[in-house]
Design a protein around this ligand. Structure first.
Ligand code: IPM
Ligand code: MG
Length: 357
């Protein structure tokens, strides 16, 4: 029997509750599809700070490196907001991305047909379908560039540096072209090449890589225009590829268009099959422990794990089908709609488990 090792990082806030439901779902697909997953539970974020003093203990890094994939809930919360930069929960997330070489962040934003009315955008603008994928570079650029404080003309100042090397752009471009090839064959590269030198290098490099993908239609957009086009005509996009910081911002915007951030999953991939899978939403400390969080984004993240890290495509599809079926009759409070059954976090997890086939 195939055996996979998964490090589980429940994290903070609603992280533990939603991850518990995702694991129930994984356990059931293991039975149905004949493979086994071993879980290794480790600390990250605020809960790691509380127990060990740091947001990413070495034991967590070691466990992740020794596993086939990582499942993460969410990190952060008001309790740790006053800590300084490198000991905040978020620093743990950045550090694990970097330590595992997770350079490609895939964030699909789609509207689930039964949830169309949840979108804040008019039906006439959404059109029949919204299904776009943001491919965000995750371990370079201004997030990891040189930063610091200094004095300028006698006044305190601070700086952060945006820098990309050609190989960094090449590898993220290839991930995006490959993804576009498997979808509608359209790639939009987003930059700020009218101002930034790093963007000009980005654009040149993406154009050069496009020669390897004559079947993919490549276009370019400045990031400000893209932010506007996403709300003006989101249906024009298939795959968007962009830098770390632009991707951070645009992926939040894209997820909001779907109106159901509690539904969106993400994958962060390294070279090879290692990946870290997590919901797009945060730790929602305001509703933590109340049993009302939506576990579906985390459940859908496990489907991405099965597909991208384990090539268990049938099992992945089974999870996605079960989630769609669950939505037909039931909702957690965040996406509640008249006429549907209102379920708790656990009840939603149980319903998905019962619908798996
Ligand atoms: C995200 C988050 C993180 C990021 C934060 C929590 C550091 O916003 O995953 O998009 O900026 O990458
Ligand atoms: Mg973000």
């Amino acid at each position: 029997m195939k055996n996979y090792n998964v490090t589980v990082l429940k994290g903070d806030g609603i992280g533990p509750e939603i991850v518990n439901e995702a694991i129930k779902v994984l356990d059931r697909v293991c039975e149905l599809y004949g493979f086994k997953i071993n879980y290794n539970y480790q600390l990250i974020g605020g809960s790691a700070i509380d127990e060990t003093g740091v947001p990413l203990p070495q034991a967590t890094v070691d466990a992740c490196k020794a596993s086939d994939a990582v499942l993460l809930g969410a990190v952060g919360g008001p309790k740790w907001d006053k800590l300084s930069g490198n000991v905040r929960p978020e620093a743990g997330l950045l550090a694990i991305r970097s330590a595992l070489g997770l350079f490609a962040n895939l964030r699909p934003a789609q509207i689930f047909a039964p949830l169309k009315s949840a979108s804040p955008i008019k039906d006439s603008i959404i059109g029949d379908e919204l299904d776009l994928l943001v491919v965000r570079e995750l371990i370079g650029g201004i997030y990891f560039g040189e930063r610091g404080r200094k004095e300028v003309n006698g006044a305190p100042a601070a700086y952060d540096t945006e820098m990309y090397s050609v190989p960094e752009v090449e590898r993220i471009a290839r991930v995006a072209f490959d993804a576009a090839r498997k979808r509608k064959g359209k790639l939009m590269s987003v930059d700020k090449a009218n101002v930034l030198e790093s963007s000009r290098l980005w654009r040149e490099t993406v154009i050069r890589i496009s020669e390897e993908y004559p079947d993919v239609e490549l276009s370019h957009m400045y990031v400000d225009n893209c932010a506007m086009q996403l709300v003006r005509n989101p249906g024009q996009f298939d795959v968007i590829v962009t830098s770390n910081i632009f991707g951070d911002i645009l992926s939040d915007e894209a997820s909001m268009i779907s109106g159901s951030i509690g539904m969106l999953a993400s994958a962060s991939l390294a070279e090879g099959s290692m990946g870290l899978y997590e919901p797009i939403h945060g730790s929602a400390p305001d509703i933590a422990g109340m049993g009302i969080a939506n576990p579906l984004a985390t459940i859908l993240s496990t489907a991405m794990m099965l597909r991208y890290s384990f090539s268990e495509n049938d099992a992945a599809q089974a999870i996605e089908n079960a989630v769609n079926e669950a939505l037909a009759t039931a909702r957690t409070p965040d996406i509640y709609e008249e006429g549907k059954e209102k379920l708790s976090t656990q009840q939603m997890g149980d319903l998905v488990v019962s619908l798996l086939k």
